[in-house]
Design a protein around this ligand. Structure first.
Ligand SMILES: [Zn+2]
Length: 338
């Protein structure tokens, strides 16, 4: 992914590219904005542009050379990403970025860059650095090593220390919005407004996801995920565990249950509170929704959303997908769908 292939965020990318072309690239950026809208893609596009040996005339990375491909696969010697890690002592994922990670990052950034490229440190979810880590990190922001750059990525910049914030050039990223993504789908795929809007909503307004799948496939996957959820109450425990194993192994099924399930229970929640059916994400399935509203009601749908959100968060940082799936399926069966 280089700058030219990122959808949306034109203004933000223009600012970064102008900083690059005028030689005014700041030692540290803060890319802020909600989750999953392309902040990290933009940071990686910058890392590529700073390291690509054969950039386009406009300075964008070529996207195909060894350097670009190494950055894509997370193994470029000049680029390091700090994110949540497993604690080697306990074997469990940490809940915060700790000072030893910051120290390792500082060591990385203090070393000379390889080739003609520049060092780039990306801190993903920078707000989950604990206080000690943030304080240690300040040193890097105060005295950044020559020709190195830092990008902090955060959906909760208010949780960063003011001293960290004040040393970064902040660029705000915003979601394109469902209507804008729907417009993109209508334009590029010739979809009707209704289908485009459902596809945009089912993919959470993320243009990359929305464009990557055919709406018919999206609806089919939604159908499979909802059927699986609906089957859980009728299954005996060993069968639930078996379904969990299957869902966690097959590509993306567990994610589908989380994503489509969240949208489904969100609809049930707002409909239970009296919202009009035209506001439902899954408004093409009004009859089914009506049945579920009667069956689940408001508070249990809220609990389902919480459970699915926790699962979604766990999936980004766990290696044990099967256990995560088991927790989710058992939770849905015994607490939500009873
Ligand atoms: Zn390249």
């Amino acid at each position: 992914m280089n700058f030219s292939s990122i959808l949306g965020h034109k203004r933000q990318i223009e600012v970064i590219r102008r900083d690059m072309s005028t030689g005014q690239l700041p030692p540290a950026y803060l890319f802020r904005g909600e989750e999953g809208i392309g902040k990290k893609l933009a940071a990686l596009a910058l890392a590529k542009a700073l390291n690509c040996p054969s950039p386009a005339p406009d300075g964008d990375a070529c996207g195909v050379c060894q350097s670009c491909r190494n950055i894509d696969s997370g193994c470029h010697p000049n680029v390091m990403t700090v994110a949540l890690e497993m604690n080697p002592d306990t074997g469990k994922m940490r809940q915060e970025i700790v000072v030893s990670q910051v120290r390792a990052a500082q060591e990385f950034i203090s070393l000379k860059s390889v080739g003609h490229g520049r060092k780039m440190l990306i801190v993903d979810d920078a707000h989950i650095m604990n206080k000690e880590a943030m304080n240690a990190f300040l040193k890097t922001l105060e005295e950044p090593p020559d020709s190195s750059h830092v990008v902090l990525i955060s959906s909760k910049p208010d949780s960063l220390l003011p001293t960290v914030l004040s040393r970064c050039r902040a660029i705000g990223f915003s979601s394109l919005g469902e209507e804008a993504v729907a417009g993109l789908l209508m334009e590029r795929k010739g979809l009707s407004h209704d289908t485009a809007l459902i596809a945009a909503r089912l993919t959470g307004g993320r243009p990359g996801d929305a464009l990557a799948v055919e709406p018919s496939e999206l609806m089919e996957r939604r159908g499979d995920a909802l059927k699986l959820i609906a089957r859980l109450p009728g299954l005996a425990l060993p069968q639930v565990l078996k379904e969990a194993e299957k869902a966690s192994a097959e590509g993306g099924v567990l994610e589908d249950v989380v994503n489509f399930g969240s949208a489904w229970f969100r609809d049930i929640m707002i409909l239970s509170a009296g919202a009009d059916y035209s506001l439902a994400i899954n408004r093409d399935l009004t009859d089914e929704l009506r049945i579920w509203v009667g069956r689940i009601g408001g508070w249990r749908s809220e609990e389902a959303i919480t459970l699915l959100e926790q699962t979604g968060a766990a999936l980004t940082r766990t290696f044990n997908r099967r256990l995560t799936a088991e927790d989710l399926f058992l939770g849905l069966k015994t607490e939500i769908l009873v």
